[in-house]
Design a protein around this ligand. Structure first.
Ligand SMILES: Nc1ncnc2c1ncn2[C@@H]1O[C@H](COP(=O)(O)OP(=O)(O)O)[C@@H](O)[C@H]1O
Length: 197
């Protein structure tokens, strides 16, 4: 089935600004903010970890998670909000935005969230080592992976503007004309390169 609306992953280290971007994008475009944290809670597919330093940490059964979101992804128009990305089938994903943040700014945000000790350290390492960016680049065609910075308030607006414009182009290319182009094996002109600042 051809999707008429794209599926977009918004990923990044906790605290970088994923939810903020997803909410704003959903408000502006009418696409659905698919918070994976909410899916995990709703379907009880997380198991409490036995880490005494992080009793709230949930280990998620990824197969069950995929079962829960499969229909949504097939339908399209999903803005997927999660701190991991490589489990979603590439055939169902049209754009992957990795939200990045300066280490000092992220440290303050995570502290304000009450993170400390090992949990704070591991999340800071995750950002410094570019774990999510590498994961995204390994799992998906590098052309659809975009890195966006989110340190200042005005960056939220400019990032969302750019993604919104990309969505408009994608829809134009995948409407009736896009379907015709796909059938005649022409490549639709939804090149996400313009998103690469
Ligand atoms: N570009 C930004 N400018 C200012 N504050 C931001 C920006 N991006 C995120 N924040 C703030 O950082 C915190 C973490 O953002 P959030 O969207 O919850 O991150 P995540 O979903 O990645 O954990 C929130 O308080 C949010 O308001």
């Amino acid at each position: 089935m051809l999707r008429t609306e794209p599926n977009i992953i918004i990923t990044g280290t906790p605290g970088t600004g994923k939810s903020t971007h997803c909410e704003e994008l959903a408000n502006r475009t009418g696409l659905h903010h698919l918070s994976i944290n909410d899916v995990v809670k709703k379907h009880s597919i997380g198991e409490a970890s036995d880490d005494p330093e992080d009793p709230n940490l949930q280990i998620v059964d990824e197969d069950r998670l995929l079962d829960c979101v499969e229909n949504d992804l097939e339908e399209g128009g999903q803005i997927i909000d999660w701190h991991a990305c490589d489990l979603f089938p590439p055939s169902m994903i049209d754009l992957v935005c990795v939200i990045r943040c300066d280490n000092g700014v992220l440290y303050d945000r995570l502290k304000a969230r009450g993170y400390s000790g090992k949990k704070l350290e591991e999340n800071m390492d995750c950002e410094i080592m570019e774990v999510l960016l590498n994961e995204a680049r390994e799992a998906y065609d590098e052309e659809i992976v975009v890195e966006l910075r989110s340190e200042k308030t005005e960056e939220i607006d400019s990032n969302v503007d750019r993604i919104e414009q990309w969505i408009k182009n994608w829809k134009k290319d995948h409407g009736k004309d896009g379907e015709a182009a796909a059938q005649s094996s022409e490549k639709p002109e939804d090149d996400p390169k313009f998103l690469h600042g």
